[in-house]
Design a binder for this molecule. Structure first.
Ligand code: AMP
Length: 303
């Protein structure tokens, strides 16, 4: 049986990032590239996003060797979306220095026919009205996952709520969940989201790992893989979501146990991306390296 496909819509960007370990300018970024690079190691992925005519297309050549279909990557006249972020000494804290929308401002996602038929849909972080638009274009997705950010929770709350009522899996970080639900406990916040419709909620807690809450099931707690020298946390959340969805599509199994495994694969894959800036570590990452770290992780949490 051929593997199931993932369709992912999100941002395509050129990032300027400063961390205590260095600085990069106009480097490859945006949620869809982290998702494609990570998820494509597990299953075929269609990417839906927009870049400007200034975008260095050769930088994403490696994605074509990795099960990533770029037919849904539109090249529009104008400049690519640019984001600049600076991380504090404690890299859990970052400031957005600037956001230049460029061609992202007029983005109207148009899904290629093949993408519409995917069984797995990942609505990564973009304006919720675009996420809704993409969801409506899909034929009959089996599992729809949703990610967002504080900007949309603050500025487009009603649309965020509307879309949460239509998806199966919400992937959200601890700060966003308290902003959304008013709950300071991520577990209680996740149960509130379950009440809104979704079957599953994953709360990401950065270096403190992630929690999976399922309707009617018991919570699963997943620590982060301990790293000696993280350099740049940008894209860790997207890498996590991409690997998790890729693994679910590859196995085509959303049983409670397999969801837990998918969460661990997400955690492990994300632990690689932060070792280098931008997508540098993902470019040469292999499934063998992921499996090796998966085994190390398993022995660390076994008791
Ligand atoms: P993460 O570290 O997982 O939150 O994702 C970082 C990526 O999000 C960067 O590569 C940015 O280009 C992208 N990004 C930053 N701000 C936005 C935004 N307002 N909308 C969509 N993507 C964004």
């Amino acid at each position: 049986m051929p593997k199931k496909r993932v369709t992912a819509v999100g941002s395509a960007a050129l990032d300027t990032v400063e961390t205590p370990h260095g600085r990069i300018e106009d480097a490859l970024g945006g949620s869809v590239f982290f998702i494609g690079a990570a998820g494509g190691l597990f299953a075929p992925i269609n990417i839906i996003a927009v870049v400007g005519d200034d975008f260095p297309m050769n930088e994403i050549d490696f994605l074509k060797q990795r099960n990533v279909n770029l037919d849904g990557l539109e090249v529009a006249a104008g400049t690519t979306f640019r984001w600049e972020g600076h991380y504090h000494q404690n890299m859990n804290i970052r400031d957005t220095i600037s956001t230049e929308l460029g061609v992202f401002e007029g983005f109207q996602p148009r899904l290629p026919e093949e993408a519409k038929k995917s069984d797995y849909l990942l609505l990564a972080n973009i304006h919720p009205s675009l996420q809704l638009d993409v969801l409506e274009q899909m034929t009959e997705p089996y599992l729809v996952a949703f990610d967002t950010m504080d900007l949309w929770i603050n500025s487009a709350r009603d649309e965020v709520m509307e879309i949460i009522g239509k998806v199966d899996l919400v992937i959200i970080n601890d700060e966003e969940i308290s902003l959304l639900t008013g709950e300071s406990s991520p577990i209680l916040g996740a149960y509130e989201i379950i009440e809104m419709g979704p079957q599953y909620v994953v709360v990401k807690k950065g270096e403190h790992g992630a929690i999976l809450i399922t309707r009617g099931g018991s919570p699963f707690l997943c620590p982060a893989f301990p790293l000696a020298n993280p350099k740049d946390p940008t894209g860790a959340g997207d890498t996590f979501a991409g690997a998790m969805m890729g693994y679910l599509a590859a196995t085509d199994d959303v049983s409670p146990l397999n969801l837990r495994r998918a969460l661990v694969y997400g955690t492990i894959t994300a632990s690689f991306v932060v070792e280098e800036f931008s997508l540098d570590r993902l470019k040469n990452l292999t499934i063998g390296e992921i499996e090796e770290r998966f085994r190390q992780f398993r022995s660390m949490v076994e008791f």
